[in-house]
Design a protein around this ligand. Structure first.
Ligand SMILES: *Cc1c(COP(=O)(O)O)cnc(C)c1O
Length: 427
């Protein structure tokens, strides 16, 4: 469910026409629906209501201050992967005591900062990291709260670049070594063993991999609670979203996207019965699920170019704005923003202006006959969209706006040429 819908052949973000937004703020333009963000977060809250739980939004999916602030207002925790993300959470009014800090390469400075900020827990990925955290904490005269990220060695059945829970990946501590590592960590002077964590991958569309991982973990978690008094089990993020909906096939139903293969409710239906008996706080770290379908990237058609048999639609957005198709071969629905109904669909490649063959948004897809000056929308671009954007080809980054009902706020202004060279110098 999301609040981008077609009314009378025009695409709306909540109650505002996307074409009006592009007119006012220019293109390419990231557009977020505040109501969608809130509802998706609340779905998690409701699904886990029977457990002592916390929903920690994975900030790397969308770290705009307005998104963080929206979720902070609901009482969300946050999963951060750098001191930079922790800085954003604090700036946006988030509570650092509700933050988990993940990642295989935390620096001493980041550890120091996170301890000073009083985060809830470090999710630790190696013995060397445990030792460093212990020594930084000891230097500050405290014990740092940690959980070890366990690699349960289950196949998440997702794209190779976003699977994290098998021994082929760099993440976590091998399942078989975890109990011994907790023994060792329990003797480190600066370590407080507060929990245990898993995160098996991203864009997972079936509940079974999650269920397999949790079932495998249960005896270990029980043992860690008994021996070390841990208080939480963090089961990570990774619930996938629908990228391909009926919307683009020309139907003008209002909002669509309800054919979700996996929802917080079905996820909880399978997992809550397994987790209830543990007597631990259960943490989830959804990123994509909360923001993925809450954002779109609007772009304008610059040129239509026909070479041989192919039809290329060149738009003003590019892989520097949204890298997912190039990076993950991912699918984004492409919609017309204005009236195109009843016209024959033509096999089309939608491409950006960047000097790379990888700079495309779709290939040979039947799309309306876009012409120069038309506006289109790349749907489901709210997660890993702007956060993965860059200035490649010296392209200023897009503006971001957040819509709430009939109101809109510019939540990041479009970058200028001066922004491009900020901090640079010569001679
Ligand atoms: C990326 C990440 C998440 C969020 O993943 P989604 O697929 O966006 O839900 C959660 N936890 C950790 C540790 C991550 O690295």
């Amino acid at each position: 469910m999301h609040y981008f819908r077609i009314i009378d052949e025009e695409l709306y973000a909540e109650d505002i026409r996307v074409s009006e937004l592009v007119e006012e703020f220019g293109s390419p333009l990231y557009i977020y629906s505040r109501r969608t963000v809130e509802e998706h977060w609340l779905k998690w809250e409701q699904a886990l209501a029977d457990l002592d739980h916390r929903v920690c939004f994975a900030v790397k999916a969308n770290s705009n201050l307005a998104v963080i602030n929206t979720l902070a207002g609901l009482g969300s925790g946050f999963d951060v992967v750098s001191a930079g993300e922790l800085f954003r959470v604090k700036k946006a009014g988030g509570d650092s005591s509700l933050c988990t800090f993940a990642g295989v390469g935390k620096t001493a400075e980041e550890i120091e900062q996170a301890i000073s900020d009083g985060i809830y827990s470090f999710n630790v990925e190696s013995v060397a990291e445990l030792e460093l955290i212990s020594s930084v904490a000891t230097g500050k005269g405290v014990r740092a709260p940690v959980s070890v990220r366990v690699n349960p060695n289950v196949d998440a059945e997702t794209h190779g670049k976003i699977t994290t829970g098998t021994y082929e990946n760099k993440f976590g501590i091998a399942f078989e070594e975890v109990a011994a590592l907790y023994e060792r960590a329990s003797r480190m002077p600066g370590i407080w063993l507060r929990g245990v964590q898993i995160h098996i991958g991203s864009q997972i569309t079936a509940v079974r991999p999650f269920e397999d991982a949790v079932r495998k973990m249960l005896p270990l978690v029980t043992e860690l609670k008994a021996r070390h008094g841990i208080e939480f089990f963090d089961i990570g993020g990774g619930v996938g979203i629908v990228y391909q909906s009926a919307m683009a096939s020309g139907t003008s139903e209002w909002w669509l996207g309800e054919d979700k293969p996996l929802t917080p409710a079905s996820y909880a239906g399978a997992l809550v019965p397994l987790l209830r008996g543990l007597g631990l706080k259960i943490i989830v770290e959804p990123g994509r699920f909360i923001v993925g379908n809450a954002g779109i990237l609007a772009a304008k058609v610059l040129y239509v170019k026909k070479t041989g048999k192919k039809r290329f639609v060149v738009v003003d957005a590019a892989m520097n704005d949204l890298i997912r198709p190039a990076f993950y071969d991912s699918y984004h629905e492409i919609m017309s923003v204005g009236k195109k109904a009843g016209q024959e669909l033509l096999p089309t490649d939608v491409v950006g202006p960047i000097c790379e063959s990888g700079d495309f948004f779709c290939k040979n897809r039947p799309l309306p006959p876009f012409e120069s000056g038309d506006c289109l929308a790349l749907m489901s671009a709210g997660a890993y969209g702007f956060t993965m954007s860059s200035n490649y080809n010296s392209r200023p980054r897009a503006a971001e706006v957040m819509v709430s009902g009939k109101t809109v706020k510019l939540v990041r202004r479009r970058e200028s040429f001066d922004d491009l060279i900020r901090g640079e110098s010569f001679d």
